[in-house]
Write a new protein. Structure first.
Length: 200
């Protein structure tokens, strides 16, 4: 391998803070021959992909009197960088459930950048359970409903308009009996695709 390639890849990562990342390398499921993203999960015209990231984490559930209830995700998003001694995973975002300040604290799935702490909150507007592999949570299209720049004005994520969750594995609600108050952390993986307005 040309030893300048890892440096160039790292530079692409660093410029993520300026929302200039256009390409990432292989993700955990990107090349596994999984189903194509259906048209129902495509954002409207006028929005373009600017980032793809793999995710590994858990889908969390709590046992209520009515049964297992979703309590939010907890995941790390990463890109894979070619390096001299082999590829490395670089964390770029964390993913969790958080009160959206734009909606008076309504809990929404949130993503916060690891480089500048810019953040977005999004609401699922379409899903495709048929696209997911058996035993995996559905694929989603989410629309951003809140955003926040980092304390120094960073906007790595805050210009995001739509997010796709695709290539999922695991994460489905537990099927066994539960004791009220018990929690279950179900491992999952996914790819997240971030879009912003074309020309932004």
């Amino acid at each position: 391998m040309n030893q300048t390639q890892p440096i160039r890849s790292l530079l692409r990562l660093i410029t993520f803070g300026g929302i200039t990342v256009l390409h990432t390398t292989a993700l955990h499921a990107q090349s596994n021959g999984v189903n194509p993203v259906p048209t129902t999960l495509q954002p409207p015209s006028g929005h373009k992909q600017y980032l793809r990231a793999g995710a590994i984490g858990t889908q969390n559930y709590i046992c209520m009197p009515s049964g297992w209830t979703f309590a939010g995700p907890q995941a790390t998003l990463y890109i894979t960088i070619p390096w001299i001694n082999g590829p490395i995973r670089q964390q770029i975002t964390t993913h969790f459930l958080s009160p959206n300040p734009t909606e008076n604290g309504t809990p929404r799935p949130a993503w916060q950048g690891s480089l500048d702490t810019s953040a977005v909150w999004a609401n699922p507007i379409a899903n495709s359970a048929d696209s997911a592999e058996p035993g995996a949570i559905p694929w989603l299209l989410l629309q951003v409903v809140g955003s926040q720049k980092g304390p120094a004005g960073g906007s790595a994520l805050s210009e995001t308009t739509y997010i796709q969750r695709v290539n999922t594995t695991g994460g489905i609600v537990p099927t066994g009996a539960c004791t009220v108050g018990a929690r279950s952390f179900v491992p999952y993986t996914a790819d997240y695709v971030f879009f912003r307005k074309a020309g932004a």
